[in-house]
Ligand binder design. Structure first.
Ligand code: UTP
Length: 309
């Protein structure tokens, strides 16, 4: 019997220095995008793709993340007594989306190290990684497409987003070749949007740039990545880089868990750890929000006409 992937790992132990001082005492993953914290969208995305066993990698000062996905009996009783059914339902959503576990990363040694902290929970099956501050619009079913590619190709699958020459230095950058793989019709991607990944370099200098394909925060990884991460030397910024470990997987034979494909993503994505992208996410989701969307759009249109307001 074919058993599908059921586990997702959400690294959320980073320090969020780009968003200080807001993130001095509040995890950046809990910053609200309208009235829902960023990481709740990420957990909902995993659950919508059928991944209901979720491990969040947290760290010092991040306990509120676990609280958010736990039941809140006093609050629920209070809302129930007031007859506030809508808010009661909203409070319960995070605890009902999935089974959420946590593990702590003692020190933020990098994204690769955060993923390595998940090794005991994940075991020997392929698993997804979703960055806790990276939002993919729910209308763009990227994760489902990635799971379909992994089912067909095995190995690991990463997400590649075309970016400008100026932007590529901020990301992991992929060297790619055409893939013999057609795209599963259900994946909702145009033909040709899956490539074979031959090399990766984290935050390339101009002479290291391999393409305009940037690695963004959705991965489906073969468990062989844990052995690679175990031996991984610190890379760019002195951190254990996930990109470096995936570069090693790309050079390994398939029978040892090697081989990496890239799904090219041209949809809507927001890095909520970045101030400008955070604002874009808030505007985009606010304008579609059932409570405030209509009024917000009208106000935004006026504001755009006279921005000094
Ligand atoms: P980022 O580089 O965006 O997170 O890592 P950061 O280090 O918190 O950000 P800045 O640059 O200081 O603002 C991407 C993801 O990896 C997690 C982060 O929480 C984020 O979800 N991460 C990063 C860890 O879990 N552990 C780490 O050691 C580093």
């Amino acid at each position: 019997m074919l058993v599908g992937i059921s586990k997702a790992v959400i690294p959320a132990a980073g320090l969020g220095t780009r968003f200080l001082p807001a993130t001095k005492a509040v995890p950046k993953e809990l910053l609200p995008v309208v009235d829902v914290p960023a990481i709740q969208y990420v957990v909902a995305e995993a659950a919508a793709a059928g991944l209901t066993d979720i491990l969040i990698v947290t760290g010092r000062g991040k306990d509120a993340i676990a609280d958010h996905f736990d039941r809140a009996p006093d609050l629920e009783r209070m809302l129930d007594a007031k007859g506030d059914a809508a808010r009661l339902a909203a409070v319960r959503v995070p605890s009902e989306l999935a089974t959420v576990h946590t593990v702590r990363q003692g020190e933020p040694h990098g994204l690769g190290h955060a993923v390595w902290c998940a090794r005991d929970h994940v075991g020997g099956e392929p698993f997804a990684v979703l960055l806790g501050d990276d939002l993919i619009d729910e209308r763009d079913p990227l994760l489902t497409a990635m799971l379909a590619v992994q089912r067909r190709a095995g190995g690991s699958v990463i997400t590649l987003m075309p970016v400008s020459a100026e932007q590529i230095a901020l990301y992991g950058c992929a060297g790619v070749a055409p893939s013999e793989l057609g795209v599963a019709p259900s994946a909702g991607l145009p033909e040709g949007d899956v490539v074979r990944v031959e090399a990766l370099v984290e935050k390339p200098t101009p002479s290291q740039v391999l393409s305009h394909y940037a690695v963004i925060g959705r991965y489906v990884l073969h468990p062989a990545v844990f052995d690679v991460l175990e031996r991984q030397e610190p890379g760019r910024g002195g951190e254990i880089q996930l990109t470096d470990a995936i570069a090693t997987l790309a050079t390994m034979p398939a029978d040892q868990g090697g081989g990496v494909h890239g799904v090219v993503f041209r949809g809507r994505r927001y890095d909520t750890g970045d101030k400008l992208d955070y604002l874009k996410a808030v505007v985009c989701l606010a304008s579609r929000h059932p409570d405030v969307g209509g009024e917000f759009r009208a106000w935004l249109t006026d504001f755009a006409r006279s921005p000094e307001e």
